[in-house]
Design a protein around this ligand. Structure first.
Ligand code: NAP
Length: 486
């Protein structure tokens, strides 16, 4: 099954100080293919001792890494980027097998993941300080930017590569070292990235990757005074918990959390374009993305036409194992995800939702769910307030711009929002009124390494990617030189 061109990319131990390390008592965890429940690999599952070793190695490596030139760090990141692209097919296969997304999406994610390494290879050389006009002739005031130090990163399974490089890219560029704890469902992609970091020549201890029980590893990372920053991507409840855990050691914290994206179609929109955007936004990764359309709002006079055209497109989606050709939607990640989707659909139907298409498990296997469209969605339904994280498209009706803005913002989340309109006045008004960190106007896919990614409200703190992304890995130091007239 695992016919990799570069067999070195199948790694089953943790990466500490440049070496592959097994857990001392040989604890292991199986990596399961969600398409067929077969075991893909058995990975060593490390804990307290290895986390402490990783912290020590990252601390040691930090001293020399921060002293390297920006140009040298940039070259190493660039080499790592090139290796991701050179091994794109193998990495995509590993990702599809452990995560389930179609191979075309996995290839796309590897390219997206690599783009963060290239971007921050360049940003490494643009970390400027400042000279501040002095308030006194005998004084000079400066601002220096310095690496935060040892960083920890905890990442989710839905984007097993990009959620790692979006953190490790700016960390390394800034002169920080890092300890990464990937999700237990998808460690193989993470470890393969680790192998490529070695091949790229990144020094031992700069990148460490620990596979093991989340709480056990996280507790060591959050309580350590040597770890100066935590960057987490995952669910809002775990993000809140980790923020509290980091308070005692006063770490810098970045949180990329859950979403509940509204996708609004006004009656002046290009409907075909809106349908295309909704398809991409909703069904990519089987609806398991933090920025995917969770609630589709359509203006009442075009509602029926939208529902019909959209459902016809959804009916044409091909569901199956991600490694087969021409698959649009793979399995969900685990049985809990399928059960959550079922519960949301049942709730919607009980409250008057009309299933236009789908609404049940799929015959391809235990973790497959049919792409589903639910019309007559209402604010009472769970689908209006919680992240479904599955291939369910609830369609709500609205009458006015004012009403839909209130509905769109009526959530604790504030990650992404989308709307379709050709009216320039409306485009400005609605863009400014939506309380989200990302707004897509006339597009359902807007992520790029060159633009800032991050949430308002319970969707998080900090920004990743873009020129802003590196700030989270830097400390700002004010230096005042006095007595210059003596
Ligand atoms: P999750 O359950 O919060 O898990 C994310 C990571 O946290 C995993 O590595 C997990 O490890 C770890 N974790 C779980 N419990 C922990 C604990 N008590 N202490 C420390 N770490 C713990 O989230 P998920 O289900 O994997 O991912 C889906 C969520 O991520 C969604 O809410 C989605 O919106 C969000 N997300 C946000 C973004 C963004 O950029 N804003 C991007 C992608 C996903 P184990 O795997 O070992 O349990």
């Amino acid at each position: 099954m695992l016919a990799l061109k570069n067999s070195k990319l199948l790694c089953t131990d943790s990466l500490i100080n440049g070496k592959w390390v097994k857990e001392t008592k040989n604890r292991t965890v199986n990596v399961i293919n969600p398409a067929n429940q077969e075991i893909i690999a058995t990975v060593s599952s490390v804990g307290v001792i290895e986390t402490q070793q990783a912290i020590t190695s990252a601390q040691q490596a930090q001293k020399t890494w921060r002293a390297t030139t920006a140009k040298d760090r940039s070259l190493l990141l660039r080499r790592w980027h090139d290796l991701l692209l050179k091994n794109q097919e193998d990495l995509a296969l590993l990702m599809t097998l452990e995560q389930g997304k179609p191979l075309t999406e996995s290839r796309g994610e590897i390219a997206y993941a690599a783009s963060f390494l290239a971007w921050f290879a360049e940003e490494a050389q643009r970390i400027y300080g400042d000279i501040i006009p002095s308030y006194s002739n005998d004084r000079r005031l400066m601002v220096l930017k310095e690496p935060v130090g040892v960083c920890a990163a905890i990442t989710p399974w839905n984007f097993p590569a990009a959620m790692i490089t979006r953190k490790v890219g700016p960390a390394l560029a800034a002169g920080c070292t890092i300890i990464i704890k990937p999700a237990l469902e998808t460690p193989l992609t993470a470890l393969a990235l680790g192998q490529l970091s070695i091949e790229a020549g990144i020094p031992p201890g700069v990148v460490n990757i620990l596979v093991g029980p989340a709480q056990e590893i996280a507790q060591q990372l959050t309580s350590s005074t040597l770890v100066r920053k935590l960057s987490f991507t995952g669910s809002t409840p775990i993000g809140k918990h980790l923020m509290k855990e980091c308070a005692d050691t006063m770490k810098k914290v970045s949180l990329e959390l859950g979403g509940n994206a509204p996708f609004i179609v006004f009656d002046d929109a290009d409907i075909d374009s809106a349908i295309e955007g909704a398809m991409l936004s909703k069904f990519r990764n089987a609806g398991q993305t933090c920025i995917c359309a969770n609630r589709i709002y359509v203006q009442s006079n075009i509602y029926q036409a939208f529902v019909e055209k959209f459902s016809a497109k959804v009916a044409r989606l091909t569901v199956g194992p991600g490694h087969e050709s021409n698959i649009d939607q793979g399995p969900l990640i685990n049985i809990a995800a399928v059960e959550k989707v079922e519960a949301f659909v049942n709730d919607a139907v009980t409250l008057g939702g009309k299933i236009i298409i789908g609404g049940a498990r799929h015959t391809r296997g235990k973790l497959f769910y049919q792409p589903t469209v639910i019309a007559n969605a209402t604010q009472q339904m769970k689908l209006a307030h919680e992240e479904v994280f599955g291939p369910i498209a609830p369609i709500f009706k609205f009458n006015s711009e004012e009403e839909v803005i209130t509905l769109a913002n009526n959530t604790e989340y504030g990650l992404a929002s989308y709307f379709y309109s050709r009216d320039i006045g409306r485009i400005w008004r609605v863009s400014e009124a939506l309380e989200t960190g990302l707004v897509g106007v006339n597009s359902g896919v807007i992520s790029t390494e060159v633009a800032p990614f991050g949430g308002y409200k319970a969707s998080g703190i900090g920004r990743e990617g873009s020129k802003y992304g590196i700030e989270d890995y830097l400390n700002t130091k004010y230096v005042c030189i006095a007595d210059l007239d003596k």
